[in-house]
Design a protein. Structure first.
Length: 488
């Protein structure tokens, strides 16, 4: 993937994409605002969610051990994966041990993060996505562009064409005469997936929450495909990031109120599925839980950046972000797009690549993302923190070891400008002289900057310098006390 600025520039030129995104994000965020307004105690719920998550992250080692003990006691098996490669090896081995060559999947961002589908394909195992939007993405050989609605960049006509062209190669073909009506598209997907649900012996899932107290996993969804994947297969493999842990069953009360309102603008999700281990009479006979780190403990070591691990994947921040609305999710080069992706991906993957080093700059810092976040992640604070890391370098944790990052290339002019500004602001005389010189030469100032400054003025005009600095005006007018033409 190219850096965000280049990818975004190309996306902004796609008028169809921008129209799809504008319609979808505005619709979702308006509905969300109405759903949240119904609760008088929304602010209290938001703070409670933040406190629960922060407490869990501070004591994550304790609660993960409790979770493993509870899952094991309920008949499940727990596997620990330090990174994506280890997680993929574990899941591939578990599927091979069943003798099966296909799996059905309920939407899981963790498995997208580690590239599980590709790893299974290399091993001769086919993974079928069963979430409607994920199915559209898979059939179209596309990539998700939204956390909640992965195919948000597609309109109904495009989806109809994908179903007509591709469904037959993956199973039951689309019905003859398929139109772009929502009912018709949903029925085509239902018929296509039903045979897979009834045939599959292995299911793969993620989880929205894991309850350490009981070993219970929770998935919330709107279509029922999750319920099918979690109950019909004989073997269930759940790949879940370690930050999804909550201490007690009672903690779910908070999140089962805030998550549906922030994501689908519903009072509750149509399907809330919970499972604890295995039973002889119902559900899968074998349950495996793969606990995924993949950079999460490194993120936890960052006192500012760790708040990104509070995220409950509601996608509210995407729907209010002016940058996401115009650029779309693909420009972020990650399964986590939008504001949360701009702070999570560079921490999970590091900032060594061009795309990851550019993500903290994929924001206007307007703060709308923080205002809607149901667990009060201060995304603008983390963005500025990560920008400092990119420009200045410094100490970070990688695979549990403290390392010192060098400043990223291409930021020398920025560092020099900030150092010069710091020196000037620390010396009032120098600042005053600089302001007066800027005022007296303002008629000669260009509208755009040369050299590295071109990146800043490529899409905006250089602000005009006033004829008089505020300090000089204040001194001349006695703090605004002098009236008259010159003292206004």
């Amino acid at each position: 993937m190219p850096a965000f600025p280049k990818a975004a520039r190309e996306a902004v030129g796609n008028t169809t994409l921008r129209a799809n995104l504008r319609h979808a994000t505005h619709t979702i965020r308006d509905k969300r605002a109405r759903a949240v307004a119904e609760l008088d105690d929304w602010a209290a719920l938001r703070e409670a969610g933040k406190q629960i998550k922060d407490h869990t992250l501070r004591h994550l080692d304790h609660y993960l051990v409790r979770l493993e003990e509870a899952v094991t006691a309920a008949g499940g098996t727990v596997h620990w994966a330090a990174d994506a490669d280890e997680a993929n090896r574990i899941v591939t081995r578990l599927v091979r041990e069943t003798g099966e060559s296909e799996v059905v999947k309920v939407k899981s961002m963790a498995t997208q993060e580690i590239g599980l589908n590709e790893a299974l394909e290399e091993a001769g195992i086919r993974a079928y996505e069963t979430d409607l939007a994920e199915l559209i993405v898979q059939l179209g050989e596309d990539r998700p562009s939204h956390i909640l609605v992965p195919a948000i960049h597609r309109n109904r006509g495009e989806i109809r064409d994908i179903f007509r062209a591709e469904m037959g190669g993956w199973g039951r073909p689309a019905p003859d005469g398929l139109t772009d009506s929502p009912r018709g598209l949903a029925e085509a997907a239902r018929l296509h997936l039903r045979e897979k649900f009834l045939r599959a012996k292995v299911g793969v899932s993620g989880a929205n929450f894991m309850v350490a107290e009981t070993g219970t996993l929770v998935v919330v969804e709107s279509e029922g495909n999750g319920r099918m994947c979690l109950t019909l297969p004989e073997t269930l493999i759940s790949v879940v990031g370690i930050e999804k842990t909550v201490p007690t069953w009672r903690d779910l009360e908070v999140f089962l109120q805030t998550l549906p309102r922030s994501s689908t603008a519903e009072r509750m999700n149509p399907y809330t599925s919970t499972w604890t281990g295995t039973t002889d009479s119902d559900g899968p006979r074998a349950f495996h839980l793969v606990l995924l780190d993949n950079g999460r403990t490194d993120t936890l070591a960052d006192e500012v950046g760790r708040q990104a691990l509070r995220c409950i994947r509601c996608s509210a921040c995407l729907n209010v972000c002016p940058v996401y609305e115009r650029a779309g999710g693909h420009a972020y080069g990650s399964v986590y797009p939008g504001p949360i992706g701009a702070i999570l991906s560079p921490q999970l993957r590091g900032t060594a690549s061009e795309i990851d080093a550019s993500l903290p700059y994929a924001s206007s810092l307007c703060g709308a993302c923080y205002e809607v976040c149901p667990v009060a992640i201060d995304i603008p604070e983390v963005l500025v923190h990560l920008r400092e890391r990119v420009v200045q370098g410094g100490e970070v944790t990688r695979r549990g070891v403290k390392v010192t990052l060098k400043p990223a290339k291409g930021h020398a002019a920025e560092r020099a400008a900030m150092r010069a500004a710091g020196l000037a602001f620390a010396r009032p005389g120098v600042l005053r002289a600089g302001q007066r010189m800027a005022s007296r030469t303002r008629r000669f100032h260009p509208r755009t900057l040369p050299g590295p400054g071109r990146a800043w003025t490529a899409a905006r005009d250089l602000p005009e310098v006033p004829a008089e600095s505020f300090r000089d005006w204040w001194r001349r007018t006695g703090g605004g006390q002098v009236s008259g033409k010159d003292g206004k």
